[in-house]
Write a new protein. Structure first.
Length: 561
């Protein structure tokens, strides 16, 4: 009994510490939203003035409506395309599908602020492609800085999120019913729409809910593609509140954040419910797993490859190619051949500015060493909650969901307030530790899920045998569980590195002299018009992410559930 009590006490302490770390910033947000002034003001008093202000502000309602339209538009574009790509790459004999499976996931690992900048320099009003096509059409035939342009860019860049879950579900179903439909004379399109897609409908619904959630969290794309034309969403509304009013407006920012939590938390709970219906959305049980690929034929191959390549060009090649070209030229514009102005000066300039050099070094340190520390934290939490039932397990489960309902921008802002509000923590605010804490919370649900999935692959028999021989749970974890999940921990570390590399909004409010990171530097530099520097930093971010992906693939890390 003593041993059991000690194990339960250790678990309770770990869960309590995690819940406190999560609830402290969330609680401070709610507290700040109920004040009429910033919390550090001696004249701050409780009241509903912040909520009254935003609910009477037409810009808030405009931002809310635009956010809803953006989220719905993302679903309309991303879900059909993602599900269609999943069908082509998992259920048909499409040529080169193994290569395409890796390329399709690329946008997931590229920071949205980088992708947005890539669209600007490729298909923006003065983008390379726009300038090349202008003589043919007399003007640029599209408007990137518009709500339709923003929706299309966001929808195309989130196709991989749908593909990830739907393709996993499709790999878990047998092809018997598809073969029966083919035998009855059904074509590929009819097989896909009437047989395959209905079987994986839970995964499709989950992906739709996920895209709605991601639409509410979007910051980089709306900031770059929407701000020039006055388009405001909830995240950019929060970001611009202080600028609009000219004074610190923490209470208004907090009130909008609470509204955002109320809107997004139900979506997170809905995702959790879908995930619990079955691992990886396995819609067909039994023997399953036998898949006979559908033959597309010559015409079908051409059509499928054309559509797939078109999406890759628009969603991957254009933004990344635009950044790669812009990073190596010193001049561009109408009538200018960029290849006559190739230069390395944009990268040399990074070395002349200490803050930019520190930003690159800090990003590498935070993603590698910080990512390792985060994985250790996730492992401790996962082991504490492993095969645990009761109120403590429920508290752990639901507390992990809260950060998922908050954009990285808000988590960074909340921890900034924590470090200001809690006097003993103030020295941390000016160090990379502050960023590491915030980043760890941002990646909590994803990293914890990776490790928990690895732990669940270990049969309980090994643990039971060790316990019957008198081993304490601590020793079972140290001598049995950790050695067995070590490969999974390495994979989780590599993926967390990539997540930390692509994170940009969390550090916007926490960044200061000495704590610069690439993503947050890009957000700040875009406002100054330093396009050359932004292009160089964006390309470095892409290269670092590519290295992380290469290492992940070499280690056999799978992104699929």
């Amino acid at each position: 009994m003593v041993r059991v009590d000690k194990d339960e006490a250790a678990r309770s302490v770990i869960v309590a510490m995690l819940v406190a770390t999560i609830m402290m910033p969330v609680g401070l947000i709610v507290y700040q939203s109920l004040l009429d002034q910033p919390f550090f003001s001696p004249r701050a008093a409780f009241g509903w003035s912040a909520y009254l202000y935003i609910f009477q502000d037409p810009i808030f309602w405009q931002a809310l409506g635009t956010t809803i339209l953006l989220s719905v538009g993302m679903v309309v574009i991303a879900v059909p395309l993602g599900a269609g790509l999943a069908f082509l790459l998992t259920r048909t004999d499409l040529k080169g599908r193994r290569w395409f499976e890796s390329l399709v996931l690329v946008p997931i690992f590229i920071s949205s602020i980088v992708l947005a900048f890539g669209y600007t320099v490729s298909v923006g009003p003065s983008g390379f492609v726009s300038l090349a096509l202008r003589p043919l059409f007399g003007d640029v035939p599209w408007n990137l800085y518009s709500l339709p342009g923003l929706i299309i860019a966001a929808g195309l860049s989130h196709v991989p999120h749908v593909y990830l879950y739907v393709s996993t579900a499709m790999k878990n179903i047998a092809s018997d019913q598809e073969e029966a439909a083919r035998t009855a004379g059904a074509g590929t399109w009819r097989v896909m729409t009437t047989v395959t897609l209905p079987l994986v409908m839970p995964a499709i619904v989950f992906s739709a809910a996920l895209n709605v959630l991601l639409g509410f969290e979007l910051f980089g794309l709306p900031l770059i593609l929407g701000d020039p034309s006055g388009i405001v969403v909830l995240t950019t509304y929060i970001y611009k509140l202080t600028t609009l009013l000219g004074v610190p407006s923490y209470q208004l920012m907090a009130a909008v954040t609470v509204v955002l939590i109320v809107l997004t938390l139900p979506l997170v709970l809905m995702q959790r419910r879908f995930l619990r219906r079955g691992r990886s959305f396995a819609t067909v049980g039994g023997k399953g797993g036998r898949v006979n690929l559908i033959r597309l034929g010559t015409r079908g191959q051409v059509v499928a490859l054309t559509l797939l390549c078109l999406w890759l060009i628009v969603a991957v090649i254009l933004p990344i190619g635009g950044i790669a070209l812009r990073a190596f030229v010193s001049a561009w514009g109408m009538g200018i051949n960029p290849f006559n102005y190739l230069t390395l000066a944009n990268f040399g300039n990074l070395l002349d500015v200490p803050s930019l050099t520190r930003g690159i070094v800090n990003t590498i340190l935070l993603s590698t060493i910080g990512g390792g520390i985060a994985v250790i934290v996730y492992t401790v939490v996962a082991l504490a909650g492993h095969r645990w039932k009761g109120l403590g397990a429920a508290a752990l489960d639901y507390s992990v969901l809260l950060p998922r309902a908050l954009p990285g921008l808000i988590i960074g802002l909340a921890f900034f307030w924590v470090f200001l509000f809690v006097t003993p923590l103030r020295p941390i605010r000016t160090t990379l530790i502050a960023l590491l804490i915030a980043y760890t919370i941002v990646g909590l649900s994803y990293g914890l899920r990776l490790i928990q999935a690895t732990l669940l692959q270990i049969g309980p028999e090994l643990e039971e045998v060790a316990r019957t021989t008198g081993a304490r749970m601590m020793r079972v974890r140290r001598d049995i569980l950790i050695p067995l999940i070590r490969p999974g921990l390495v994979g989780a570390w590599v993926l967390i590195i990539i997540i930390f590399l692509r994170e940009y909004s969390t550090g916007v409010y926490l960044m200061g002299a000495g704590t610069e990171v690439i993503g947050s530097l890009i957000v700040g530099l875009l406002a100054t018009g330093a396009v050359d520097t932004v292009a160089a930093l964006s390309l470095i971010s892409i290269v670092l992410t590519a290295i992380g992906l290469f290492v992940a693939m070499r280690l056999g890390v799978r992104v699929h559930d």
